[in-house]
Design a protein around this ligand. Structure first.
Ligand SMILES: Cc1cc2nc3c(=O)[nH]c(=O)nc-3n(C[C@H](O)[C@H](O)[C@H](O)COP(=O)(O)O)c2cc1C
Length: 360
């Protein structure tokens, strides 16, 4: 019923509107609902996680669901109260940057409905790390819900140079550590929209970045959001660099920048910029999860992200070696029941059946 209503009624309505407007309305609506116990309760009845206790431990953190909301949807940290009610176990707020970013010029988002993909050209729109820290500190925390913060480099001229770019990342991480905000951090080195390109998805510059990050006295788990378009040997060179530092794991991965992967090129608009999400990242990200596990065994925690649009896609990522899953596009195309479906299915596979005591 939930699936039917979303597919036949809500999705056609939402997809008839501008994607960024729909996103803004949803964030405002979700933020308001999350403020009130009855709002959270009603949503939880329909979409909630039946397993009440943390059952997955990753890097010392307990998760009630392996599914997290990937960076880029709740970029200002406004949804942390409502997300657990739709069966998310975690969120990556951000990517946040040292200074506020207005984002790229619109249009910044476009749907490719047949390809189940979005073209994303956001340009790291966010209110800046200090505003977001204050917001996260002032909000009620829902017990058991894990909040990570993704850090990127401010998308402006001031941070385009190597030293300035490194300081930009370090400033945000230092502020989060000082204010004790975030259960984990992710360093986003793979945002396709950043001024000056993907500066740090190159081994020498990555080494310089992590030499500086290492001096920040962080103690919580730290992950790195990986690009998915590098040649294999260059990708592996990045992992060899990360191995030298206090990096717990990898989020694999970011958007796909190869437009030739689109099987329906007629859906691609002329002269559009940005990365592709959803189905068009699935294979590349899953292949890299598998490769990273094969080459590095258990050295890195792996958070699998890209093209999870069904229970099967999530299981495929876990089978390839992921410890946790993240998504955005699956929720948009399939509906808010998907996180509950995945949580239940994975729990069932691990625990055979869901018993009454699980929901206590
Ligand atoms: C609208 C949008 C904005 C995004 N912004 C960010 C971002 O700020 N930082 C980041 O690390 N990834 C960002 N991403 C990439 C996602 O976190 C994720 O890696 C990608 O969408 C693949 O997952 P999906 O197929 O489940 O959407 C963004 C994705 C979307 C759709």
């Amino acid at each position: 019923m939930k699936r039917f209503l979303y597919r036949k009624l809500l999705r056609p309505l939402l997809f008839s509107m501008d994607p960024e407007k729909v996103h803004d309305v949803f964030v405002s609506f979700g933020e308001t609902l999350g403020r009130f116990g009855p709002g959270r309760f009603i949503i939880r009845i329909v979409y909630g996680n039946p397993i009440k206790k943390g059952w997955i431990e990753v890097d010392g953190i307990n998760y009630r669901s392996p599914v997290g909301l990937a960076a880029g949807f709740d970029y200002n940290g406004r949804l942390t109260a409502i997300l657990p009610s739709i069966s998310f176990g975690s969120v990556e707020v951000g990517s946040v940057t040292a200074r506020p970013c207005g984002g790229n010029d619109p249009p910044r988002l476009r749907r490719m409905v047949k390809s189940k993909s979005l073209i994303v050209y956001k340009g790291l729109k966010n209110e800046g790390v200090d505003v977001i820290i204050n917001r996260l500190k002032s909000r009620k925390r829902i017990p058991g819900f894990v909040i990570g913060v993704s850090i990127a480099k401010t998308n402006d001229e001031l941070s385009a140079g190597l030293e300035e770019g490194i300081e930009d990342y370090c400033y945000s991480l230092r502020r989060l550590v000082e204010e004790d905000v975030g259960d984990f951090y992710t360093i986003n080195i793979s945002c396709p929209n950043v001024h000056g390109g993907e500066d740090f998805a190159e081994s020498a510059r990555l080494q310089s970045l992590f030499e500086a990050i290492d001096k920040v006295p962080y103690e919580k788990p730290l992950y790195v959001k990986m690009p998915i378009n590098l040649p294999e040997f260059e990708y592996l060179k990045l992992l060899a660099v990360l191995d030298r530092f206090r990096v717990n794991g990898l989020v694999i991965g970011n958007l796909n920048k190869n437009y030739e992967d689109a099987p329906l090129p007629e859906e691609l608009p002329d002269r559009y910029r940005g990365g592709l999400s959803g189905s068009l990242c699935r294979e590349r990200s899953t292949d890299l999860i598998r490769l990273s596990r094969e080459k590095w065994g258990g050295r890195f925690t792996i958070i699998g992200c890209g093209g999870v649009l069904s229970v099967k896609d999530a299981e495929e990522k876990l089978k390839a070696g992921a410890d946790l899953i993240q998504m955005i596009t699956g929720m948009i195309f399939e509906g808010p029941h998907l996180m509950q479906d995945i949580t239940k299915a994975i729990y069932k596979n691990n625990h055979h059946q869901i018993t009454a005591s699980d929901s206590k």
